[in-house]
Design a protein around this ligand. Structure first.
Ligand code: ZN
Length: 242
């Protein structure tokens, strides 16, 4: 009896570990549309920034993008938008795309559909309030999604956008901007979606990598577009407009 129980526990642990792994896969989702990159032969690439907006990061990154005349996509948290009114509006006015990265940045697994809907709706409302008119795509916090979130997203016809180039993960706090740029250069391909975090002081290297990253990829023949434009330009994908 005890042995059976033990086996059952073990099976449950293995199953949970498997589900946890599945939840964080950037290129897999149970229901609805998931875009980790776009299938195109053209050398197009989308630069995406997660979290915030913060007063610390927003103006700095906008200035860098403006200097290089490059559009980007900002996945913002509703709560931060509410705390710092005006920042999201500034991002939109500068010609960039803004998108939904949840209200509170909680892990959106093992939560109720009502929780998911509230996280999505409140943030969508602020995105519209900031003046963004294109389709609102969503990126789950920590890339985590399992059953309920994809179900709710499909019900709303919301596209999930993850990434295929993530230069920051697995590198320690002493990472240099050169390492980040090198990593992007090794992993990027036509249609790639690059993930960076620049909104907090701890991400100084990522912020410093932005100009070099743009210059390097442009020298390699890449052109930067927003996520919605990237999706719209891909053959066989539904046009989202910007
Ligand atoms: Zn995030």
């Amino acid at each position: 009896m005890l042995k059976k129980l033990l086996m059952l526990c073990l099976a449950a642990i293995v199953l949970l570990a498997g589900l946890w792994q599945l939840a964080r896969q950037p290129d897999y989702q149970l229901f609805g549309t998931l875009v980790p990159r776009v299938d195109t032969a053209e050398k197009l690439v989308a630069l995406t920034f997660d979290d915030g907006p913060t007063p610390f990061g927003t103006d700095r990154v906008l200035a860098l993008l403006d200097e290089h005349a490059v559009p980007a996509t900002f996945f913002l948290n509703g709560r931060a938008m509410a705390q710092h009114p005006g920042l999201a509006h500034r991002i939109v006015e500068s010609g960039h795309q803004i998108a939904n990265h949840s209200w509170s940045h909680s892990r959106m697994v093992f939560r109720s559909p009502a929780f998911m809907r509230s996280e999505l709706d409140r943030t969508d409302a602020l995105i519209r309030g900031a003046g963004f008119q294109g389709e609102i795509v969503f990126r789950p916090p920590y890339g985590k999604k399992l059953f309920v979130l994809p179900w709710v997203l499909r019900e709303r016809d919301t596209t999930t956008v993850t990434w295929d180039v993530d230069p920051e993960t697995g590198l320690g706090p002493d990472v240099t901007s050169e390492t980040l740029v090198e990593r992007v250069r090794n992993e990027v391909r036509p249609g790639s979606i690059i993930l960076l975090h620049v909104m907090f002081r701890s991400r100084e290297a990522s912020m410093a990598a932005v100009p070099e990253l743009i210059e390097t990829l442009e020298a390699d023949g890449y052109r930067f577009v927003t996520v919605n434009d990237l999706i719209a330009m891909s053959p066989g994908n539904q046009a989202l407009g910007n």
